[in-house]
Write a protein that binds this ligand. Structure first.
Ligand code: SF4
Length: 331
């Protein structure tokens, strides 16, 4: 949960998750949908899918015992070098250095490394140089201390060098280059996509699709729709996307809402519209499954964040009884 996510955000999710899935066995036995629902809103859903798969693998292939070595941990889904080093050192006391963004900043300054810290070779160099050093320390304390040093003292801007225990041997400090190191090349501009989705009503139920497992946000439910192509109108794109995904021709109603959302590598504006079916035969052409659900059922299923905002909007309409103005012929 803590990958790419701040502790304050994680605490509530972690506590609820541990109540719902207190043992590896219960997690392994749970439906993926329940795991995703418990993760809903935390983002980076591949972490939830991988954690669930890893729990199954530990139960099936390791007799319920989590492997303890750096190498064996990396055979579990979702555990790369960073996570495996953290678990093997902090949980099992093995001397493997954790190299996260904070540690890279500390040691690129300490050793005066001038290469672009986006390059994997910088991470590898720091890992190789720290490996003999950590052998002389308590690995859990060493790794946590280095990560904290980066988070609290050797901050990206204005590092508190006067409080730093590494000061006397720090190349960046001694050469007055703490504002130049680490060197990080500019990130590519983040693309923006316009997304359209349809809330298709029929007899009080709404049509939703389950995203394919191999897709981003796989296993989550969503309203049918997709990306607006250059030159397309919003309702034109929505009609095309719904036809391509479900086989249905629809009429698009007046807009519900527009939601802004940022993912790691792109941003979206998602426009939601109520829709009614004109013709066609329902068929899941790109989703794993299409399902008609009641409003109550819909709230029990896991949705991506931007779709949750659409749900909130619909809920406010329902609560204000304004749905009637949208619902003539739509419900
Ligand atoms: S002396 Fe300053 S720049 Fe060097 S490691 Fe410590 S806080 Fe970072």
């Amino acid at each position: 949960m803590l990958q790419q996510t701040q502790v304050d955000t994680v605490i509530g999710y972690f506590e609820r998750f541990m109540v719902q899935f207190p043992t590896l066995e219960l997690l392994a036995q749970a439906d993926q949908e329940k795991v995703l629902k418990a993760w809903e809103g935390l983002g980076y859903y591949s972490r939830a899918r991988n954690l669930h798969k890893a729990a199954k693998m530990v139960m099936d292939a390791h007799e319920g015992v989590i492997p303890c070595t750096y190498e064996a941990l990396q055979t579990l889904p979702g555990l790369g070098p960073y996570c495996a080093a953290a678990v093997t050192s902090i949980a099992f006391g093995n001397a493997v250095p954790v190299v996260d963004g904070n540690v890279i900043r500390v040691f690129s300054r300490f050793w005066g490394i001038e290469d672009d810290v986006r390059l994997p070779k910088v991470r590898n160099e720091i890992f190789d140089r720290l490996t003999p050093i950590i052998q002389d320390f308590n690995p859990s304390h060493f790794n946590q201390a280095m990560m904290e040093l980066g988070a609290l003292i050797c901050k990206p801007k204005s590092p508190a060098c006067e409080k730093c225990p590494l000061q006397s041997e720090c190349v960046a400090y001694q050469t007055k280059r703490t504002d130049q190191l680490p060197f990080k090349s500019k990130a590519a501009p983040v693309p923006h996509h316009t997304i359209v989705v349809g809330v298709i009503w029929k007899a009080g139920q709404i049509l939703i699709g389950k995203r394919r497992q191999d897709q981003m946000l796989g296993g989550l439910w969503e309203f049918p729709g997709g990306k607006c192509e250059p030159g397309e109108s919003l309702d034109g794109a929505l009609k095309r996307e719904i036809l391509e995904e479900t086989g249905l021709h629809v009429t698009v109603g007046p807009p519900y809402c527009a939601v802004q959302h940022a993912y790691t590598h792109f941003k979206i504006t998602l426009h939601a519209f109520p829709c009614t079916i004109d013709s066609g035969i329902l068929e899941a052409k790109s989703a794993d499954e299409l399902r008609w659900v009641s409003w109550e059922m819909l709230k029990t299923l896991p949705f991506p964040k931007a779709n949750l905002e659409v749900l909130k909007f619909i809920e406010s309409l329902l609560q204000n009884a304004q749905i009637s103005q949208f619902s003539s012929g739509l419900l």
